[in-house]
Design a protein around this ligand. Structure first.
Ligand code: B12
Ligand code: SF4
Ligand code: SF4
Length: 253
């Protein structure tokens, strides 16, 4: 069964795939899988190489590369889920690259329904590095994940026991916000300030300032590039302005 699924996934152009029994997935801060899909038995994790666009100093181009992977991965997730339902006569549910996310005070909009890093580690696709990202043996850090949950019983792939991180600290030194200074913890606020300057925090601050401003100040604010970028983020979705930890890690590059 795993071979059939692997062949289907790799045939779509996905870079790698791994399997884990739900009981082997352990992400202490994430919701229990039973609360998402009570009969789920396994998680299938798909790995996609991030393009060299992440190296571009032009943030539109860098983000466009991310959008390409996101769109491709959404299609692959859906096709795999359909394959499982139609050909293997089982149930499947897709987990996307990042959003939609639960946007609440409880999660601060920073906890996915399934932690794809923990799922990738459980499925033998990589190990955590000093940057708190998962390093894949061939794709390095420039890898994104999606997943499909299913009630098929699929045995867990062997875990990776090597530690690829060489503790060179390049990721920590290249983080513009100091978000990686503390080991094994990404400081969410510090990262967001740099990686998503047109996110929820910026949107709230802009609106508050707008209502507290005079009519002339409001006109100036609406003509400002900052608002134009917020506007674009409003319909495109998350706009990352930093890829430093992802692109600077030398492993497998
Ligand atoms: C919300 C989110 C964020 C938030 C919050 C991050 C956070 N604290 O988890 C913010 C906006 C800060 C963020 C930033 C980034 N993100 Co993000 N993000 C997510 C998302 C949607 C959910 C993550 C989540 O649920 N976190 C909450 C819980 C699970 O985290 P946690 O238990 O507190 O674990 C943290 C630490 O304890 C530590 N950790 C946990 N266990 C262990 C074990 C060891 C041994 C070590 C060393 C560390 C460690 O890692 C976590 C980092 O704080 C995932 C997609 C998904 N559904 O998984 C993508 C995801 C994690 N992001 C990703 C990426 C690439 C990024 C960015 C590079 C931004 C960008 N330009 O793309 C940065 C990198 C930040 C970094 N170095 O950690 C990728 C990571 C791919 C990979 N190779 O690992 C993911 C998996 C998206 C994807 N589908 O591929 N992200
Ligand atoms: S994405 Fe940028 S700001 Fe966020 S942790 Fe990585 S290097 Fe730091
Ligand atoms: S840049 Fe260096 S310290 Fe950071 S994760 Fe990669 S190998 Fe580890």
């Amino acid at each position: 069964m795993k071979d059939k699924i692997r062949e289907f996934v790799l045939g779509m152009g996905v870079d790698d795939v791994g399997f884990a029994k739900i009981s082997d997935y352990n992400s202490p801060r994430s919701p229990k899988i039973e609360s998402i899909f009570p009969k789920a038995q396994s998680i299938i994790v798909l790995a996609y190489k991030e393009l060299s666009t992440c190296e571009s100093p032009n943030m539109q181009v860098a983000m466009n590369g991310r959008l390409d992977v996101m769109e491709f991965s959404r299609s692959c997730n859906y096709k795999l889920a359909k394959f499982i339902e139609k050909e293997l006569h089982a149930k499947a549910m897709t987990i996307s690259v990042s959003y939609p996310l639960e946007m609440s005070h409880k999660t601060s909009g920073a906890i996915g329904d399934v932690s794809l890093r923990h799922a990738a580690v459980a499925a033998g696709l990589g190990v955590f590095g000093r940057h708190n990202l998962v390093i894949h043996p061939e794709l390095g850090t420039r890898v994104l994940f999606t997943a499909v949950l299913t009630n098929l019983e699929l045995p867990t792939d062997p875990p990776i026991t090597d530690n690829f991180c060489i503790e060179c600290n390049i990721c920590v030194e290249n983080c513009p916000g100091g978000a990686l200074d503390e080991k094994s913890k990404t400081h969410v606020g510090k990262c967001l300030k740099n990686s998503q300057p047109y996110g929820l925090g910026a949107d709230m601050a802009f609106r508050k300032k707008l209502v507290d401003s005079t009519s002339d100040e409001q006109k100036a604010m609406l003509k400002d590039e900052h608002y134009w970028r917020l506007y674009q983020a409003g319909f495109i979705g998350f706009q990352y302005s930093c890829f430093n930890c992802l692109k600077s890690c030398p492993i497998a590059q």
